[in-house]
Design a protein around this ligand. Sequence first.
Ligand code: TNX
Length: 549
Amino acid sequence: MVILVDTGSMRRLAVVVVSSVVGLGLVVAPSPAGAGVKAGARAVGAGAGVKAGETGAGRAQAVRVPGVVPVPVSIRATRGAYAITSSTRIVAAPHDKAASYLAHLLRRSTGYALPIVGSGGGIVIDSAGGTGLPAEGYRLSVSGHGILIKADSGEGAFRGVQTLRQLLPAKAEKSTRQHGPWVVKGVQIEDYPRFSYRGAMLDVARHFFTVSQVERYIDLAAGYKVNYFHLHLGDDQGWRIQIKSWPRLAKIGGRTAVGGDRGGYFTQREYAEIVKYAQRRYVTVVPEIDTPGHTNAALAAYAKLNCDGKARKPYTGTNVGFSSLCTSKEITYRFLDDVIRELAAITPGPYLDLGGDEAQSTKQPDYVRFMSRVQKIVHKYGKSLMGWEEIAAARLDADDVPEHWNPVTGTQDGTQLARSAAKKGLKLVMAPADHAYLDMKYTKKTRLGQDWAAIVEVKRAYGWDPAKLITGVGEDDVRGVEAPIWTETMRTMNDLEYMAYPRLPAIAEIGWSPRASHSWASFRSRLAAQGPRWAARDVDFYRSPQVFQ
Ligand code: TNX
């Protein structure tokens, strides 16, 4: 990671590379200015100053920069520091979402009043700052005089607040009152995302999770600047969203879960609550109903959706590829019209996801005809179609989004769909199962998860470039990245957290941070700095030996 550091009175800028951190994640090591030395070439100890000049032209003084994930476009440590005290005010426009989020967070842990006021000094959040930065961009500066977040949108300011949060002591994350001091060191940050789509997907079909569990998952992800939440609402083992015109979907199809565990579903009102909760964090919900395969729960709820007119038995196993909607029956399209209409009405975001993966029980020509019809229905209700990469076999529009998931690279078998999608001018979301799937085991011994795509330790989760993965799919063909968590083996919030942390932040950084900043040594040290934050929030994360010593 290249960081400009103000080295003090001479005001000379030097290029430094974050090298290694044990513990607090605050150490940088110098490198020859502009020489592009690889991060991690030398490891340094926690808290230790790093000697300048060892690498030749290096002139930097040891300067500490904080362990922010995803790493900002530029971050410059400066002199001074700002202490949040009982008299600090948050200055922002009324109802500014970034300001209320920050106030809520800090009031709990500091115990201070932190009133939001219209003018003055303190923590200033200016969402109409005229920065001219790309979408979601922000500038954050901290000096002895105060903290200033400037952005051109509420969204940008909110992303800036997430960065500020990581500059505070970890105890700021606690939900009960802690002792100060609450000092933020001087820093100047400019930041904006590499990709516009940075998603987290949660499968509530294999196992059901409650509204508050889903919200906690969203909130944790939003801390790493994730801006899409893809909610997998229908699969063989369960249908999880109330559809008023087809009530048995939820009532019957919602009863089951993997292993005979308790099912459940969201009423439309509950779903709307999740959507609102996400919106307050500038996160867009993408609901998914998987079709034409992965539909046993629907086929169990309504006999008429089956070609033979016979209801399927509820399914609680973990096989895939055995079910299919009856693509030759008109009722199937009336059914989907109803489902899509109701979902579109409660989903403010631009995408409805109709799945489309692993439709092994649907003949390919039927699949293509089916998906083309479904795409038209989705468009009729004003949304774009999102789906797994298989949907690229159908005729799609430029706003429709195939999601690459096959664990393949280069020109390997299985890369054709993504490549042909790119050729047609579609922009992909990249979620390669052998890097981005949070349900893959960390090691052979991981109690939870699967290993069909790969064993994915943290370094592997971080070790890929969405624009280099597949031959013929470059930077401009990529809309962003996503980290899906499939829940065949996960039943509790702790299970989800253990599998998602620390890997979800790895995918989030790949989606947000500049390509040139990619460095395992740097990432690892900044990731280590998240540990105490997760501990403060009781996140049950995996203490990867690659990250935490
Ligand atoms: C494949 S990848 C699936 C899911 C499973 C997952 C388990 C994809 C689009 N489908 O149905 O839950 O593997 O890792």
